[in-house]
Design a protein around this ligand. Structure first.
Ligand code: NAD
Length: 485
């Protein structure tokens, strides 16, 4: 209880210390430990974050369980008003959230602002969606009146990754709250501050105590305790496949539903008749955006052989002009930085050619941060590690194809199925490709995904859907009520 609402949106002063957010208050970790988060820009300490474990999850579960009946009993109009107020609070306190996000992720200001606005949009969007929720009546003849209700699960656990910390968490928090659940969030141990500031803001905006709680700490300690906790009746996990598998195992034991948003190795298919300037810009943008640390980044450039050189020339020309810290940000965590550099070694051993990039910065200001030059590989074959594994860095690999069928075969030659992009001058062919590619979302000729569009994986990219109006029902269970007349 040593936190005050005055700090909401305030600037951080050196290594500001963050407690958990439980029952509407800052709560010091039971074990007393804090762990530092660092800035990827210069590796300095950004914040001290409560290093929680099962005891802190217990406290949050008590708060979330105590609050759940009253919250579920509110009208959809009341929840809608509160969610909208949370969205407004985010917009009004954008600077403090952006600052916390940047301190831990090094994101470009414009990107961090866009993510925070997206967070506000999730709350405003689900504030509207909750007013449309409805069950159905089932006609069994004159002697019965039978209908369905969508009831909340109770307490929902949300586990978030480090690449879009608050934005990814909001994608789950907003519909879960809208549906009448209370929530416990476990952010990544690398990026927790914006989510903690956000939770304070949400409480100040009127969200009743215990409705939204945040417990920080590592995955194996705080995260696993959350998934195992008896009070938690549904989990939404966004992160890597190996962690998703561990969580799915626990959820299977406990027989609780799970939404899994996992990794990707998404294709960007370019036919020879495409507008190559636009396709090149799209390929460069997906490489630069958050330095490729985006689950739905379309990093396998599958290009018609006749257009390969023209396209790669354009992409490389764009990327070569980009400056670290100005046009793209750093790699957020140290292990991830090392992992991307490891992929460069593997690419060199396998015989791929780096047209541009292929290294981190060893000189100048960028050398003190975790910056990696935007990279394009040519002469890649489908068996290479850089063609198969999710790199999660600013690395594009190019695979040439001859003919429509080979394009689709290459696009689907992956264990993942999160997203895809297709560029072609023939719209019908673009849509045919979209229908054949095994992925949860396919953008043809620059199609755009927003809060309204369902999102989720095919294959090992996960199951369940987030975003879109239907996602609110993923946080409900159906009850059928039948009345004899
Ligand atoms: P990660 O799996 O290492 O960690 C994700 C979260 O899980 C963190 O909060 C972590 O603390 C927690 N965790 C780790 N071990 C746990 C355990 N045993 N029990 C419970 N929780 C545990 O993933 P990451 O490195 O933070 O994120 C990068 C990955 O996330 C990439 O694979 C990326 O593609 C994926 N991702 C997917 C989406 C999507 O929507 N599909 C979005 C963003 C990121």
């Amino acid at each position: 209880t040593n936190e005050t609402l005055d700090a909401v949106g305030g600037a951080s002063r050196g290594a500001e210390r963050f407690d958990h957010w439980i029952d509407g208050w800052g709560a010091a970790p039971v074990g007393g430990a804090y762990r530092p988060t660092t800035s990827p820009v210069d590796r300095s300490v950004s914040f001290e974050i409560a290093d929680g474990d099962g005891r802190d999850v217990d406290a949050a579960a008590v708060a979330a369980s105590s609050a759940r009946h009253a919250w579920a009993a509110t009208s959809t109009a009341e929840r809608s008003d509160l969610l909208r107020a949370v969205g407004t609070a985010v917009r009004e306190n954008l600077d403090g959230l952006v600052e916390a996000e940047i301190a831990e992720t090094g994101k470009l200001v414009a990107h961090a602002r866009a993510e925070m606005l997206s967070c506000a949009d999730y709350f405003e969007y689900y504030a509207a969606v909750v007013r449309t929720m409805h069950g159905e009546t089932i006609d069994q003849g004159p002697g019965q009146h039978t209908y369905t209700r969508h009831e909340p699960f109770g307490v929902v656990g949300i586990i978030a990754p480090w690449n879009g910390p608050l934005n990814q968490a909001s994608r789950g928090i907003a519909p879960a709250l809208a549906a009448g659940n209370t929530v416990i969030v476990k952010p990544s141990e690398f990026t927790s501050a914006a989510t903690l500031r956000f939770a304070r803001l949400a409480s100040a905006a009127g969200l009743p105590h215990g409705v939204l709680n945040v417990v920080t700490g590592t995955g194996p300690a705080a995260g696993a305790a959350l998934v195992r906790h008896d009070a938690v009746r549904k989990v939404t996990f966004t992160g890597s496949v190996p962690t998703g598998q561990v969580i799915a195992g626990i959820a299977a034991e406990r027989v609780i539903p799970l939404t899994l948003e996992l990794g990707g190795k998404s294709p960007l298919v370019v036919f020879g008749d495409a507008d190559l300037d636009r396709a090149a810009l799209a390929a460069a943008t997906t490489t630069l955006m958050n330095s490729g640390q985006v689950c739905s980044a379309t990093t396998r450039l599958i290009v018609e052989r006749s257009a390969q050189d023209a396209l790669l020339g354009r992409v490389s020309a764009i990327l070569e002009q980009k400056q670290p810290g100005v046009d793209f940000g750093p790699i957020i965590t140290e292990p991830q930085f090392e992992k991307v550099l490891g992929f460069f070694e593997s690419a060199a051993e396998a015989g791929a050619t780096a047209l541009t990039g292929g290294a981190c910065y060893r000189q100048g200001a960028a050398a003190s941060g975790r910056y990696i030059a935007p990279t394009v590989y040519k002469d890649v074959t489908p068996d290479m590690r850089i063609a198969r594994e999710e790199i999660f860095g600013p690395v594009l690999v190019s695979l040439p194809f001859d003919g429509f069928d080979e394009a689709i075969t290459l696009a689907n030659d992956t264990e993942y199925g999160l997203a895809a992009a297709v560029w072609t001058g023939d719209v019908a062919r673009g849509l045919r490709a979209a229908h054949l590619i095994e992925a949860g979302q396919v953008a043809v000729n620059g199609g755009v995904m927003t809060q309204e569009t369902p999102f989720g994986g095919y294959k090992r990219s996960g199951y369940g859907r987030e975003k879109g109006a239907a996602a609110v029902y993923e946080y409900t269970q159906v009850k059928t009520v039948s009345l004899g007349l």
